[in-house]
Each structure stands twice: as C-alpha cells, then as structure tokens.
Design a protein around this ligand. Structure first.
Ligand SMILES: [Zn+2]
Length: 376
C-alpha cells in the first residue's frame, strides 16, 4: 500500500489541510478503481466501511491477489469533517461558501476535447487511453484558488481516469440505495445485488454536477463534443462506471453492516477482474431500478411533530397515510400521504418538521419530475 498526501490550498497563513489516498495493487495493469468515503463529511457509515475495506484490500494485496489499482480515500472531506457549529456537525455544505460538497464538479469536457481532437484515431483502445490522458491533464489544470476548489480538484483527479468510481454516502434514515447513470445500469446491477440495495435510482443527468456524474457522463458528453468538432460521429464507450452508494441512515454505524458492505464492494471488484479469484455467485436483485425523476418527496404543509406510521423499505400506495404531523398548539393532526405508488426508502431523522420541509422520499416507477433531481 502506498499512502499519498495531497496538500489543499491553505485558507489562511499558518493553517493547512491534507487529503490522503491509499493506493493498493499494481498501477498500469489496465484497471483502476477509486472508492471514497464521506464526501458529505457527517455521513459516518462510509468512514467505517472504508476502515473495513482498508484491511480487506491490504489482505488481498498481501496475498498477491490484486489485479488492478484500487485507490481508497477513507476520509474524502477533511474540510467538512472539522466543521462544527454550536456543538453540531455540519458536513454537507461548505460553511465558507454555502456550497454542497457533492455538487459543482468541473466540466472538463471542453478542455479534454481540445486535447483529444487532433490525435483521435480509429483504434478504440488507443482512443480510450488518449481520452484518459486528456482527462488527467484537464483536471490538473483546474483552478484551486480556494480550499474547496483544491479539494474538488484532488478528488476528481484521483477518479477521472478510473474504470470504477464508488462514492460512499448515506441518507438521514434510509434503506440501502444507489444512484447511477441510466446507461450504466447493466454494469451496476451486480453491485445492487451484492449490497442488497432496495432501491436503485437512475438518471441521465441529475443536475448541479455531483461527483459520480462528473466521472461517468464525461464519456458520452465528450463523444458528443468530439463529433461536433471533428464533423463525424464519434463513439466512446461508457468507460467509467460511477455510482453513489447510500449506506442506509446516519446512525447505521455497525461493524457487522460495514464489514458486509466492504465485502460486497470487494466482490463487485472481483467480478470486474480486480481480484485474482473467481467472483462469488450473485444474490438476487431485491428490486429493479426506478427513475430518479420518479422519486417523490413528502412535504410537511406546516410545522409540527413528526410521527411515522410506515417503516423504511415499505411498499406504499398513492394516498396512503404514512405519517402524522402534530401541531401541539392548535391541537390538529395532519395526515401525510404518499404522493405516489412506490417504496418508502428515506425519511428525515429529526422528528420536528418546519413548514415546507421534505420529510420522506418515495421511489415511484414513473418519471414525474424534471430539472434538478437531487435535494439541496
Ligand atoms: Zn451524501
């Protein structure tokens, strides 16, 4: 294992942070995976999965069984990990700018297109190598004026040339679920089976450039731009499988869960040729994928005490009563209903809701939303 340290832009004299990446297995073997934990720094289950992954990867490396490079970033957001305000941890948004740590990853397509166009040829493998080299260079040239920009540049630089990118997160309270690009589902289904994902949410473009899409959709977007630039249709394979894995809820921090999740990730890598042994048989898929545009929020119409009546993972019907919202001052109880037929896969952790708050999410089968599909 090689430990690499990446210095972030110091926000002020006398203070500086580093991001650390752990590199397992051979480089240059034609396979690379990048796994990062807790880009939203207060989503702690991922940190524990990274801990279990680290020892499993070290074990496989010690046995000479790794057939590709696996980059593990066990603490993907040292800025957010240290953000405490009035005794509460704030790891989703950068306190300095207000920006979500998992949005606004740079579009490196225009620069990569400039670099690739003059050398693009007929050999498909050579073109993939050419694109990866251009993507690395385009990332290295990104600005890093602020500490946040420098964090994004380092993370994107570690992932942009990988075949597999797994971004480990969690929700407030939730069953295990995944987000990925629609075209990647055939490659991601095995991961959903191995992790026992109860919901898999697919989108071509979720909006605001989250990390996984910055890594995966770059291939189709670059193909489109090259076609325009070269004046003929250019094909590129979807050469990066990137997935956001939601490891249940914030409080689901248990060794048994984390060890099983880490093992599932290793099995997924084994199925993609990263481990020199045959992969284990795949378990059954719990539920088929649904469009992210069909995931509907349940909204609180007024402030009140939230009392859930249905458990996470429940199949619910449109109009079904899933929670009560109690106004202790006025004495009223409002019944909150599911906006759609689907799976109740995530709930708000706090039990007091303010007016307009999104208190739960139900994954429906039909796409009904458009525009920006992710929550703030
Ligand atoms: Zn997250």
């Amino acid at each position: 294992m090689i430990l690499d340290s990446h210095r972030l832009t110091p926000p002020a004299p006398g203070t500086a942070r580093e991001l650390h990446s752990l590199h397992f297995g051979p480089t240059g073997a034609g396979r690379k995976a990048m796994i990062q934990a807790s880009l939203h720094a207060d989503e702690v289950p991922a940190l524990l999965v990274a801990h279990h992954l680290r020892s499993r990867l070290a074990e496989l490396e010690g046995q000479g069984l790794l057939r590709g490079e696996v980059v593990l970033v066990p603490v993907a957001n040292p800025i957010g990990l240290s953000q405490r305000l009035l005794q509460a941890h704030h790891g989703r948004f950068d306190l300095a700018s207000g920006e979500n740590f998992n949005r606004h990853y740079a579009d490196v397509v225009p620069r990569a297109c400039e670099l690739v166009a003059p050398r693009f040829g007929r050999d498909a493998d050579a073109n993939v190598a050419l694109v990866r080299e251009a993507l690395r260079r385009a990332c290295a040239e990104l600005p890093a004026e602020t500490e946040l920009q420098s964090l994004r540049r380092v993370l994107l630089g570690l992932a942009i040339d990988a075949d597999v990118v797994l971004d480990l997160h969690c929700d407030n309270e939730a069953v295990l679920h995944l987000y990925t690009a629609t075209e990647l589902w055939p490659e991601v289904e095995a991961l959903a089976r191995l992790l026992g994902a109860e919901v898999s949410l697919l989108a071509d473009q979720s909006g605001d450039e989250p990390f996984d899409e910055a890594c995966s959709t770059v291939w189709s977007r670059l193909a489109a731009q090259l076609s325009q630039c070269l004046g003929h249709a250019v094909r590129l394979p979807p050469a990066c499988i990137a997935v956001t894995v939601e490891l249940r809820g914030e409080s689901d921090v248990r060794h048994d869960l984390a060890a099983a999740d880490a093992e599932a990730l290793i099995e997924y890598l084994a199925g993609r040729g990263f481990v020199g042994r045959p992969p284990a048989p795949l378990p059954a898929l719990k539920r088929g994928p649904t469009p992210l545009a069909g995931s509907m929020p349940v909204v609180a119409p007024h402030g009140g005490v939230l009392v859930y009546l249905r458990e996470l993972g429940a199949t619910v019907r449109h109009g079904e009563h899933i929670a009560d919202l109690v106004d202790p001052l006025g004495g009223s109880v409002t019944q909150l209903a599911s906006p759609v037929d689907g799976v109740l896969y995530a709930r708000e952790r706090q039990r007091f809701a303010t007016a307009g708050a999104r208190i739960a999410k139900v994954a429906g089968r039909e796409p009904t939303r458009s525009g920006k599909l992710l929550s703030a």
